[in-house]
Design a protein around this ligand. Structure first.
Ligand code: PEP
Ligand code: MG
Length: 298
């Protein structure tokens, strides 16, 4: 809670049950990003629907009623899964990645959705979000698929959100906001795609800064559009785990920061020291800066 009484939710990014338990111990109010592709990356094979169901239930129970945000598979780009033997692409970050792969591969996506909805029915604290959404029609198809699977397994409705990590989605956020319950901004990819700088390129690492005002303006657009529809916005990209980033994002109107477990106490302590009004003033100044260096100098 900031000095002027604004509650900012501090959530954790975790993939494993043991990490979820630790996150709660460190003060996390929930999980804002569970990267499910790690289930595929680590085991060397595709987990079955029942294995996924069990894991999602275990994760949700480890959080003792706090929300668990499960992100559906985000394979492709920097997250290659050798055993799937997917065709090699020249521009894998711009190819069949994330939700595009899920929609092209119902054999992967449908068991995952069934496992998620079954777990949601049994535990009651699960939210779902989709990675790499870039067009409205793709989101409409995803939502239709979810509804079909939800009724097949006779599960209750769960909160559905999208990652905002592609510029087209930030720019059309007013339209997207009408279709979802929440946005979660992925600043790692949003920075990469806004600046056209590969997120894993060693020479570009320093310049690929989410504090670049071009990225901040994308975030500002997204938050304004969400608020106009009464929806909330979180950030689960790396910028939220950085003290300065957390301050600017909060000043822009983000109300859930999903961060790495070790940074939880530091980010909470810092947010308690400041007033939201100060952060709002800071964020407005940042939006009119010309460079990331100018923003950091603030
Ligand atoms: C992001 O892009 O900021 C994000 C949280 O997703 P990932 O890092 O898994 O691509
Ligand atoms: Mg991403």
């Amino acid at each position: 809670v900031t000095q002027d009484g604004q509650h900012i939710e501090v959530f954790a990014n975790v993939n494993r049950v043991a990490d979820a338990e630790q996150a709660v111990e460190y003060g996390a109010e929930g999980v804002g990003l569970m990267r499910t592709e790690f289930l595929f990356l680590e085991s060397g094979e595709t987990p079955t629907e029942d294995e996924q169901y069990q894991l999602y239930c275990d994760m949700a129970r480890a959080l003792k009623g706090r929300p668990l945000t499960i992100r559906t598979l985000d394979i492709g780009g920097d997250k290659q899964v050798p055993h799937l033997n997917l065709p090699k692409e020249d521009n894998s970050f711009l190819g069949i990645r994330g939700i595009r792969l899920c929609m092209a591969r119902p054999d992967l996506f449908e068991p995952q959705l069934r496992a998620i909805y079954r777990a949601a029915k049994d535990t009651g604290n699960i939210r779902v979000m989709f990675p790499m959404i870039s067009t409205i029609s793709e989101l409409e198809q995803v939502i239709a698929k979810c509804e079909a699977i939800r009724s097949e397994v006779n599960a209750p409705k769960v909160e559905l959100g999208i990652m905002v990590e592609v510029p087209s989605t930030a720019i059309l956020a007013d339209h997207f906001a009408k279709l979802v319950d929440f946005f979660s901004i992925g600043t790692n990819d949003l920075t990469q795609y806004t600046l056209a700088m590969d997120r894993v390129h060693p020479q570009l690492a320093k310049q690929a800064d989410a504090m670049n005002p071009a990225v901040l303006r994308m975030i500002d657009l997204t938050v304004r559009a969400a608020k106009a529809e009464g929806k909330w916005v979180g950030v689960c990209g790396g910028a939220a785990s950085d003290i300065r980033g957390a301050e600017i994002l909060t000043g822009l109107g983000v109300t859930e920061l999903s961060i790495t477990v070790p940074t939880i106490p530091t980010i909470k302590a810092q947010l308690r020291r400041v007033a939201l009004t100060e952060l709002q003033t800071l964020a407005q100044k940042a939006l009119s800066c010309r460079t990331a260096e100018e923003v950091r100098a603030l």
